[in-house]
Design a protein around this ligand. Structure first.
Ligand code: 5GP
Length: 114
């Protein structure tokens, strides 16, 4: 068993962060360093999957649950439109190897990905 990730520690209440949305198998928090007017992280409760490719192969239902939670949160926080970003690998900017979606919304720059 690997060390608990930062997100597992938040879920366990060891590191403070408000849970802004939750399903049976996923939860969402605000990013500590927001890159958009709305910037949430949507995260499976399990840290079994390091990235979205592993998640899609290993548990597609959980990936669908993540996207469903993102959609519900977007309705609540952005009025509906949103961008989902899964950084996959260090050179793509991934720093936490517990799969998570960046849910970005608000007035986004059309040309940049963040
Ligand atoms: P990645 O770089 O892996 O795609 O995304 C990790 C994200 O987690 C970053 O955007 C970073 O700001 C966020 N993050 C890192 N540590 C914490 C924390 O302790 N609390 C919260 N709320 N977000 C964090």
């Amino acid at each position: 068993m690997s060390e608990p990730s930062i997100f597992s520690r938040i879920l366990a209440g060891e590191i403070p962060s408000e849970i802004v949305g939750e399903t049976d198998n996923a939860f969402a928090i605000r990013d500590i360093a927001p890159q958009a007017p709305v910037h949430l992280l949507v995260i499976p409760k399990t840290q079994d999957y390091r990235n979205v490719v592993e998640l899609a192969a290993g548990d597609p239902d959980l990936l669908a649950e993540l996207i469903g939670l993102a959609n519900s949160l977007a309705t609540e926080h952005t009025g509906g439109d949103f961008r989902l970003v899964f950084n996959t690998g260090p050179s793509a900017g991934q720093t936490v190897f517990h799969v998570h979606a960046h849910l970005l919304g608000g007035e986004l720059d059309e040309k940049s990905l963040r």
